[in-house]
Design a binder for this molecule. Structure first.
Ligand code: HEM
Ligand SMILES: *[C@@H]1O[C@H](CO)[C@@H](O)[C@H](O)[C@H]1NC(C)=O
Ligand SMILES: *[C@@H]1O[C@H](CO)[C@@H](O)[C@H](O)[C@H]1NC(C)=O
Ligand SMILES: CC(=O)N[C@H]1CO[C@H](CO)[C@@H](O)[C@@H]1O
Length: 331
């Protein structure tokens, strides 16, 4: 009886949604999609935008090499939640939460750098360059500064006017790989592309909190020597973020876009469980083995897939706005 009631209720609730989706499909033209982005978008309004961002990134990177990995991650968190619309950059305000209040965002960094670059863009070309474009350019420059291939970023993204913590549904480090693959597939990334994007975990690092539970599991997949080393660094007890030690994913070359991440997967020496699963999963194992064995192929592919990531669900034309300050909507 309760099951029937629930299923009827569910059907009643779903019906109008399906109906709405169908009518929307029939009556509205398809959105322009990232095809409408254009490398020359700022030719008239801010011709030096890209070089201004590159120069600023070079200075920032020189002062703090940990920033570039943080920006690559920031782009991922932006683009997979509401598309690449700078929604991740909005600060929570009293009475109005934002994506930054959601758990996966607690360890995000780089917001001040984006604000600084945007201030420079505003000084050069007031109101022209969106925060979404600024972040896409900064992430591209981060990849290049970390020794990856430079790639073209088409421009014209607009900034969103919504940022909701409850929409942050990013996979967790302890997610099953099957779920992560389905999540990436829903955003247009197949298993190979997902494995390539995971390769971002060849730069930067993770706090112990995202893998500590693996260190006390003698039956887990982590290499024993690494497990013992990390147990010494991290301890077995949970810590708050400000005291929790951070660890490089790839301690040998933490600031190089290279294929060592895949060698670590093959030797069971990576930090995150979901990453480690990619070494053995039938949909990903061959890709992991290939990129572990073929350094140049990874570096080239990483930039191609980063370029694709930069175009997910972008706002174009008159949609959204061009924020003046990346952490605040225009009033
Ligand atoms: C299943 C998917 C993913 C999970 C569960 C995941 C999880 C994490 C976690 C837990 C951290 C450590 C955060 C900290 O403790 O400070 C991290 C760091 C990082 N992630 Fe991911 N990630 C995923 C996919 C990606 C993708 C697709 C990219 C980019 C293309 C990316 C780029 C990075 C980078 C560069 C860092 C280092 C950040 C820094 O040093 O500040 N991640 N990720
Ligand atoms: C590890 O596996 C052994 C043998 O299967 C089992 O007895 C033990 O409880 C497991 N330990 C943990 C921490 O899961
Ligand atoms: C990695 O772990 C898997 C599964 O536990 C095991 O079969 C494999 O032999 C390990 N590889 C290395 C290099 O330790
Ligand atoms: C980087 C960032 O904005 N982190 C925030 C994540 O959410 C917590 C809790 O809401 C905030 O305290 C952090 O400042």
């Amino acid at each position: 009886m309760p099951t029937t009631t629930t299923s009827i209720l569910r059907r009643l609730l779903l019906l109008p949604v399906q109906f709405l989706a169908i009518t929307t499909l029939l009556t509205t033209p398809p959105p322009p999609g990232a095809d409408a982005l254009d490398a020359g978008y700022y030719a008239a309004t801010c011709p030096d935008a890209a070089s201004l961002v590159r120069g600023a990134m070079e200075r920032l990177h020189h002062n703090d090499p940990t920033l570039a990995p943080a920006l690559i991650r920031l782009l991922f968190h932006d683009c997979f939640v509401r598309g690449c619309d700078a929604s991740v950059l909005v600060s929570p305000a009293p009475g109005r939460a934002s994506e930054r209040a959601a758990v996966p965002n607690h360890t995000l960094r780089g917001f001040n750098a984006v604000d600084a670059v945007k201030r420079a863009l505003e000084a050069a070309c007031p109101g022209a360059v969106s925060c979404a474009d600024a972040l896409a350019l900064m992430a591209r420059d981060a990849v290049a500064l970390l020794g990856g291939d430079d790639y073209a970023v088409a421009l014209g993204r607009r900034d969103g006017t919504q940022s909701n913590p409850w929409e942050v549904d990013l996979p967790a480090p302890f997610s099953r790989l099957d779920d992560a693959l389905a999540y990436f597939a829903a955003r247009g990334f197949d298993a190979e592309e997902t494995v390539v994007l995971f390769g971002a975990h060849t730069v930067g690092g993770a706090h112990c909190g995202s893998f500590r539970y693996r260190l006390t599991d003698p039956n887990g997949t982590m290499d024993d020597a690494l497990r013992c080393d990390l147990l010494e660094t991290c301890g077995a007890a949970d810590q708050t973020l400000d005291t929790d030690p951070a660890n490089f994913f790839d301690p040998d070359t933490p600031f190089a876009v290279d294929n060592s991440y895949y060698a670590q997967l093959v030797s069971n020496r990576t930090l995150l469980q979901v990453d480690q699963e990619a070494a053995a999963h039938p949909a990903t194992a061959a890709h992991v083995a290939y990129y572990a064995a073929t350094p140049g192929a990874f570096v080239r592919r990483f930039s191609e897939v980063m370029a694709k990531l930069s175009n997910v669900g972008v706002l174009e034309g008159d949609a959204g706005q061009v924020r003046k300050v990346c952490s605040r909507y225009n009033t």
